[in-house]
Design a protein around this ligand. Structure first.
Ligand SMILES: *Cc1c(COP(=O)(O)O)cnc(C)c1O
Length: 393
């Protein structure tokens, strides 16, 4: 397939399988293995150092998923990990050593921050959290030992859109590697290498799995960066089951179709939320006029936008009133892990873990994931939620 360059929807359907060269099922089998057998000692020794030596390195099922993800983002190598968080941690462990310096956005996914505070700092890696809106000014934070500049755009819970090309230029001039948590973007929502991203990490748990039943992480990179992370992945013994890889591959097949609907539904709900008098700001970069919209439009593919957003209420709305909205709606589940086919809501409190930007997030907030339901039904449900909020004010 790789000689031809297809549109995302076609690539998602055809990569990682050879429809004309097999007789049998459409999908690659779920090949589970711990032991890999060899006809003789010579063959066993020849397999050492390759993925076919041992079950932990994955089977043809894993290889099919990896090849699809590599082709989509244009990277040479793909590693699968047991969770999105472990994709972040193996990447940082692979690229950083004692004495190195890491720049992390203040809006980074909370457990990624905890890993920096507890594992990296305790092992002599310097970590500076920076304002995600810093842009080219990040040059003022670069040190001679800065090895990795991490980005996550839009930011967790607060959805700041980062000027990744400006940040990447400064990082590259200083010889640092740009690592992106690309979960919101998905593998089809932008062109990571065109933005200057060297390592693209995903929580496949979210939109790639897409059905709220897979835990998996993905690391995509090329060249020396990939080799370092791959070596750490092997040392740590990270492995993913063939069943999970197969579920993620199934998710990939419909990623473009699902994302188009998520994008439409997300925009419809964001528009409606923006008209509610108790709402101060809808943190949804695809919404015209929302914070970060212009940068977002420059860097992202609008037709497949994610549908995860934040709502900031006016200061007259207390957190308890926001909670009564959350607890009243019926079609929105209350839960953390998003990216499935269904809608979700929760009261969020980002200031609690921010060290550079906490003062911006003092009002009551909720985070909403818009699923594939009909937006009219979702809006009717949210109307009920807003009447509960008004009563509780
Ligand atoms: C959920 C999430 C993760 C972690 O993924 P898990 O599979 O739950 O470990 C990492 N980064 C972002 C941005 C996420 O939303």
């Amino acid at each position: 397939m790789s000689e031809d360059k297809y549109q995302a929807a076609t690539a998602l359907t055809h990569l990682g399988r050879e429809p004309k060269s097999v007789q049998g099922p459409v999908n690659p089998g779920v090949i589970r293995a711990s032991t890999q057998l060899f006809p003789n000692t010579k063959e066993l020794l020849a397999a050492n150092g390759t993925r076919w030596a041992y079950g932990r390195y994955g089977t043809q099922t894993h290889a099919a998923l990896e090849s699809v993800l590599c082709e989509l983002e244009g990277f040479e190598g793909c590693l699968l990990t047991p969770s999105g968080l472990s994709a972040v941690t193996v990447t940082l462990l692979g690229l950083l050593r004692t004495g190195d310096h890491l720049l992390m956005p203040d809006s980074v996914y909370d457990p990624s921050r905890h890993f920096c505070d507890h594992v990296l700092r305790e092992n002599g890696v310097e970590v500076t959290f920076y304002d995600p809106l810093i842009g080219a000014e990040i040059a003022t934070l670069i040190q001679t030992n800065t090895k990795v500049v991490f980005v996550e755009s839009p930011g967790s819970h607060t959805f700041e859109v980062q000027d990744i090309p400006a940040i990447a230029k400064v990082a590259h001039d200083a010889g640092a590697i740009v690592v992106s948590d690309s979960t919101w973007a998905t593998p089809i929502g932008w062109v990571p290498q065109a933005l200057g991203i060297d390592v693209s990490v995903h929580a496949a748990t979210k939109y790639i799995g897409g059905h709220s039943d897979v835990m998996m992480g993905v690391v995509l990179a090329s060249g020396a960066a990939f080799s370092k992370i791959k070596a750490m992945h092997k040392l740590l013994g990270l492995a993913v089951s063939a069943d999970e890889a197969s579920l993620a591959l199934r998710g990939v097949r419909t990623l473009s179709t699902r994302m188009k609907q998520h994008a439409k539904n997300g925009l419809a709900i964001a528009h409606w939320l923006a008209t509610q008098p108790e709402v101060e700001t809808v943190l949804y970069p695809p919404l015209t006029g929302a914070p970060g919209h212009e940068l977002w439009k420059r860097d992202f593919n609008a037709s497949v936008a994610a549908s995860l957003m934040g709502v900031v209420f006016k200061s007259s709305v207390h957190r308890a009133a926001a909670v009564s909205l959350v607890d009243t709606v019926k079609l929105f589940g209350i839960g953390y892990s998003w990216g499935g086919y269904e809608s979700l809501i929760l009261a969020s409190k980002p200031a609690a873990s921010r060290t550079q930007t906490a003062d911006r997030w003092q009002n009551a907030m909720v985070r909403i994931h818009v699923g594939l339901e009909d937006p009219e039904d979702l809006i009717r449900d949210l109307e009920q939620g807003f009447s509960a909020l008004r009563q509780a004010m």
